[in-house]
Design a protein around this ligand. Sequence first.
Ligand SMILES: NC(=O)c1ccc[n+]([C@@H]2O[C@H](COP(=O)([O-])OP(=O)(O)OC[C@H]3O[C@@H](n4cnc5c(N)ncnc54)[C@H](O)[C@@H]3O)[C@@H](O)[C@H]2O)c1
Length: 250
Amino acid sequence: MPEFTDKIAFVTGAGGGMGYRVACDLLAQGARVLMFDIKPPPDAVPGKPGQSIYVRGDLTDEAAVAAACARAIDEFGGIDCLANVAGALWFDRDRSALDVDLEVWDQVLAINLKSIVHTARHAVPSMRARGGGAMVHFSSTQCLRGDPAPQDAYQAAKAGVIALSKSLAIQLAGDRIRSNVILPGPTESPMQDRWRADPDSRDATARAIPLGRVATVEDMANACLFLLSDRAAYITGTELLVDGGLLSKP
Ligand SMILES: NC(=O)c1ccc[n+]([C@@H]2O[C@H](COP(=O)([O-])OP(=O)(O)OC[C@H]3O[C@@H](n4cnc5c(N)ncnc54)[C@H](O)[C@@H]3O)[C@@H](O)[C@H]2O)c1
């Protein structure tokens, strides 16, 4: 039987690279999925008719997140799994804390960190009512080390994701709700569109990674589905580096 049969998942960033892959893999494993993104829906979503709902909305708008969670609960019956995959890295505007536009700082924190507050507070009551659940939040290897070209708002937000996840894990363990984080390394996805114009830069990044390639969205979806599944039943409050060994290098 597919691993997520009878499970209901809420996936953010589902119009992007990793989120779309996570949603598709959950659908293939029998889940019903509410896909949430600020982007228009992708051309095709696999699965049976009625197995997925795509909601276009802004995660920084708590009312929009609340309405989407209510829709998953009304139309599917609840929420068991929450994948907070959405994120934004603004290469052009996010820079050193010393001179970044503070509007940009606030927006980057809202998209990458406060959004998780919104989804968690509107998904957890249903998880509690259903006797448990699992959450996976996407951070980044970048929050564990500096960057020669600082993107301080993103880095700080992604570090906050780890702290928030650990706290939620402890608060919710008694409700049998788990909370874990994935730290992706450099991954081929729309976020890294700049590599299309500059494949040499992607190749140089790949050469710096012990496994010799940048990650695929499948690498991330595989890790995410594992942490959402019952195979990870005893894993909570931790981080999984999915970086081809990058951060193990001296
Ligand atoms: N691609 C990488 O190299 C990389 C590396 C480390 C971490 N990450 C993280 O992995 C996650 C997935 O990244 P990706 O590569 O799939 O990026 P992506 O740009 O392909 O997808 C991110 C999605 O988030 C959505 N989004 C952004 N702001 C939103 C908002 N306010 N409301 C609703 N949706 C919003 C975007 O529309 C987009 O579809 C992100 O959290 C990202 O920060 C990515």
